[in-house]
Design a protein around this ligand. Structure first.
Ligand SMILES: *Cc1c(COP(=O)(O)O)cnc(C)c1O
Length: 379
């Protein structure tokens, strides 16, 4: 029986050539030829003011928080149905997470519940674009403007996806992308910070270079560099940037391969959804997804557990997703477990992600869907 893994990193074929070039360039630290190329490519493709490569999306989120000048005791509004880094970026600096429930359709922060969570300590909103589908950013930006809140988009899964006519990550004050192995375009570990306010660019460059003005020095704008601010080392090696460049160059090709998989899953599973056995992902008209993942919702936790076990027994590696942060051990330590987030609790118990990677064949997709159908027949 053939095994179908959950994820398989895609290789475009140019990675080694570019890595080799980075070595020949004798510039393997950060901000070499390939870092610049990646940044320029993204600035151009996404019409972004400024993009800086980082070692991870986690690092980019942390930079966004540092640049937003938040203080211990401030609050941030964010979903609980997300990856730990979304919350940790704030908790690291003593900022209190205020978890808000998600929409049942997109599983994104429910914009209609944000305003009632705002208090005088609220200083930021961090929307997460789940599965590469945009949050309702018009409403979120409107609330942010009204209460003067920073908006840091966790666009880890949303690289090359759009809300209305704007790329995710370029709408808030800052946006953060991930190039982790599990994301659409990957350098193993990696990320980028999108800076949408020109006045923030210089300080972003400084924080990223250990609190020094070395970036200005590298551009020949000053003749020595020195310690001018707080900071850390957030820039990746140019070897990883070379790997990433091969991936970003193939963005359209990767996207269309993923679209094909998404469409086939949808087609094959629609009959089960029509019978009310499962729920399928919803794409709002105003969003263009990057086809980051394909998930279904089972009726309840015990059905999902049984379905996962059935698929595993057939060699198909499907997985569930987030354990809500408000109920996690750390969420309890922060006393967030009293929050009433019914949609988050339900979705996290019912959602199941299917194998999704460029090389997944139509035959494999059909096998997976047949097994899902078989599961519901024998029940
Ligand atoms: C993957 C992911 C991250 C973390 O990305 P890294 O690059 O691994 O740091 C953060 N938030 C969300 C929503 C993610 O999916």
């Amino acid at each position: 029986m053939s095994l179908i893994p959950f994820n398989k990193p895609y290789v475009t074929g140019r990675e080694l050539e570019y890595i080799n070039q980075a070595l020949i360039n004798s510039h393997t630290s950060g901000d070499g030829e390939f870092s610049k190329k990646c940044q320029a490519l993204m600035q151009d493709a996404f019409s972004a003011q400024k993009v800086l490569l980082t070692t991870s999306c986690t690092a980019a989120l942390e930079m966004g928080v540092l640049l937003s000048n938040l203080k211990p005791g401030d609050e941030v509004i964010l979903p609980s149905f997300t990856f730990v880094s979304t919350a940790n970026a704030f908790v690291l600096h003593g900022i209190t997470p205020r978890f808000v429930d998600i929409r049942p359709d997109t599983k994104n922060l429910n914009e209609n519940l944000i305003e009632e969570a705002v208090c005088e300590r609220t200083k930021a909103i961090m929307p997460v674009h789940y599965a590469g589908v945009g949050c309702e950013m018009d409403a979120i930006m409107q609330i942010a403007q009204k209460y003067e809140l920073a908006v840091i988009e966790d666009a880890a899964q949303g690289v090359d996806a759009k809300y209305k006519n704007t790329f995710l990550g370029t709408i808030g004050t800052f946006g953060a992308y991930s190039f982790h192995e599990t994301k659409n375009y990957s350098s193993g570990e990696g990320g980028a910070l999108v800076i949408n306010d020109e006045d923030m660019v210089e300080r972003a460059e400084i924080l990223r270079e250990k609190g020094t003005n070395r970036t200005k020095f590298s551009r020949g704008e000053i003749d020595k560099y020195t310690w001018v601010d707080i900071g850390s080392s957030y820039l990746p090696s140019d070897i990883l940037a070379a790997l990433l460049y091969a991936q970003l160059e193939s963005m359209d090709k990767i996207s269309s391969m993923r679209k094909r998989i998404y469409r086939r899953y949808l087609e094959q599973l629609e009959p089960l959804a029509n019978e009310g056995l499962i729920e399928l992902p919803v794409l709002p008209e105003e969003c263009r997804t990057n086809y980051h993942m394909f998930y279904i919702l089972a009726g309840n936790l015990s059905v999902r557990t049984a379905l996962l076990a059935h698929l595993r027994a057939k060699g198909i590696h499907a997985v569930f997703h987030y354990v809500p942060l408000h109920n996690s051990p750390m969420g309890k330590k922060l006393a967030c477990d009293g929050n009433h987030l019914p949609v988050t609790d339900q979705v996290s118990e019912r959602l199941l992600r299917l194998p999704f990677y460029c090389e997944l064949s139509e035959q494999e997709i059909d096998t997976i869907c047949n097994e899902i159908r078989a599961f519901y027949k024998i029940r």
